[in-house]
Design a binder for this molecule. Structure first.
Ligand code: ATP
Ligand code: MG
Length: 501
């Protein structure tokens, strides 16, 4: 077994979809995979890095940590850590095989499987028999269900030994299948959708429409960064942040409430198409799954689709939510996406579920058409791989204590407030606070809290921008509750007078 910092070679197998391509296409795909693997090894500072292209396989050299990268590089079907080498000579092969595997097969059952690749003047069957016999003392041969299979790969350059075959992520090397932009909201779906398209070899860039301020944006950046850092070797993914708050404002005032969602999506498709065109990308990718939420009925998708000016890819269309969430765990976006779930404040009470395209277009026409292009033009572009997430955290929005004299505002719903609230806290639900905080006394300090501290961070930020000293309690209700217990805040303090009065 090797430990990090010890050289380790891996035999990498390519997927059937790569090996069955024409020679020219296969060459292109394989060269791309080599470049992507080198990028993976370099960006994670793996020592001894080298990738050798042997046509029917790749040999990747690094240390033990390179195995983790192989599990995240698309185009890798499976891989095996090489446990030893021997010259192409039956005696040397048997001797080396015995040295490596003699101790490992003790008390277990085993099989030897020799393979030839290229012109090799040795019989695989004879190696099976000779090495099989040499390993026999203290172990039993079982060709059908062995505890351990010793593989001997004989090539013109020599023989290699391995016993593990570890699955890779499969798919195609990123970059062989053109370019697309993924509309990413940070929720479970859009991140998983992006992953599926990356897996098919598409170079992806991301577009995020910010509907709720910088705190939300930081969370989305963190989600996109997981995809960029762990699953996108070979290029530099960018996140395009479009400020959509003016659009939301226009929708709220001009569009019939039940059409707000549909029109918002149409405008997202339009803006996403503008970015795609500019990047010379062929498609936009979304996380929509049929019927998952009321806005994703077939009729609604049909009413939204015509707003796109490039192909719309929806890789999750037939998946169940449970599957999507399971996949997000494997991808590494689960925990971040789970925190973002509560950002759906915009959804009206009863959105339309059977939108008609003409009605959607009519509602959309109420929004001035010149509103979107400048927002796209003024977008912020972040280089995800180069970005340091710790720089994104603006400490001043969050607070870990309640300063003396602060006004504590509970931004949750009545029933949550009834169940528990910070002693003396005032109940001002989020939507009400967003619209009305300007009536609050500017001389006071405010600490806001909500279930996770995220939505309240968005409002605290807005309040700070308007000149208030306002914070969000870091970690939300549960963190505040334990803080209150630790500091023995009395449960029966009188409620402070409402500063709006
Ligand atoms: P997700 O889990 O990805 O947030 P969702 O189930 O919440 O999706 P919707 O809110 O209806 O579904 O969004 C559908 C798709 O539209 C998303 O998967 C995403 O591709 C895109 N989308 C939604 N909101 C945004 C946003 N703020 N910025 C960019 N894309 C968005
Ligand atoms: Mg969402």
């Amino acid at each position: 077994m090797s430990t990090p910092e010890q050289a380790q070679t891996f035999l990498v197998r390519l997927g059937g979809e790569v090996t069955t391509k024409s020679r020219r296409v296969r060459q292109r795909f394989q060269q791309k995979l080599v470049r992507n693997l080198l990028d993976a090894l370099c960006s994670h500072h793996v020592p001894f890095r080298q990738v050798e292209n042997q046509w029917s396989r790749l040999l990747v050299r690094g240390d033990a940590s390179a195995g983790e990268l192989l599990q995240r590089t698309f185009g890798v079907q499976s891989f095996s850590p090489i446990t030893g080498h021997a010259p192409l000579d039956p005696e040397a092969i048997v001797r080396t095989g015995q040295e490596i595997y003699g101790p490992l097969v003790q008390g277990r059952s085993y099989a030897v499987r020799a393979h030839r690749s290229g012109p090799v003047p040795l019989s695989a069957q004879r190696i099976n028999e000779q090495l099989g016999a040499a390993l026999n003392p203290g172990a039993t041969v079982n060709l059908d269900h062995p505890d351990l299979t010793v593989h001997v790969l004989m090539t013109p350059q020599g023989a290699m030994f391995y016993h593990e075959v570890i699955p890779g992520p499969g798919g195609l090397p990123v970059g062989v299948q053109g370019k697309a932009v993924a509309l990413i909201s940070g929720g479970f779906d859009s991140a998983v959708a992006a992953w599926h398209v990356l897996r098919r070899g598409v170079e992806l860039h991301y577009v995020f429409f910010n509907l709720a301020g910088a705190a939300y944006q930081r969370m989305v950046v963190a989600v996109a960064k997981v995809l960029a850092d762990l699953w996108s070797y070979g290029y530099g993914p960018k996140l395009h942040v479009v400020d959509f708050q003016p659009v939301v404002q226009a929708l709220r005032t001009k569009v019939s409430a039940k059409y707000v969602q549909v029109v918002l999506k149409r405008l997202m498709y339009r803006a996403g198409s503008l970015v795609a065109r500019e990047l010379d990308a062929q498609a936009i990718v979304t996380g929509e799954a049929l019927g998952q939420v009321s806005s994703q009925t077939l009729k609604n998708l049909a009413a939204i689709e015509p707003a796109a000016e490039v192909v719309v890819l929806r890789p999750l269309i037939g998946l169940d939510k449970d599957d999507i969430i399971r996949q997000s765990q494997r991808i590494g976006t689960y925990a971040l996406s789970a925190k973002i779930q509560e950002y759906c404040a915009l959804v009206p009470e009863k959105p339309v579920t059977a939108a008609r395209e003409e009605a959607a277009a009519r509602e959309e026409a109420k929004v001035p058409p010149e509103i979107v292009p400048p927002l796209v033009q003024q977008r912020q572009v972040l280089d995800l791989r180069k970005l340091d997430v710790s720089q994104l955290v603006v400490e001043s929005i969050y607070i870990d204590h309640i300063p003396p004299g602060a006004v504590v505002i509970d931004c949750r719903s009545d029933y949550q407030y009834e169940a528990w609230h910070y002693p003396g806290a005032q109940l001002i639900p989020l939507e009400e606070l967003i619209d009305n905080f300007k009536h609050l006394d500017r001389s006071r300090t405010y600490v806001l809290y909500c279930p996770f501290g995220l939505q309240s961070a968005t409002v605290a930020e807005k309040m700070q921008q308007a000149g208030y000293e306002a914070y969000s309690f870091r970690g939300g209700t549960s963190a505040l509750r334990s803080w209150a217990q630790r500091h023995r805040v009395e449960e029966d303090l009188p409620v402070e007078p409402d500063p709006r009065d």
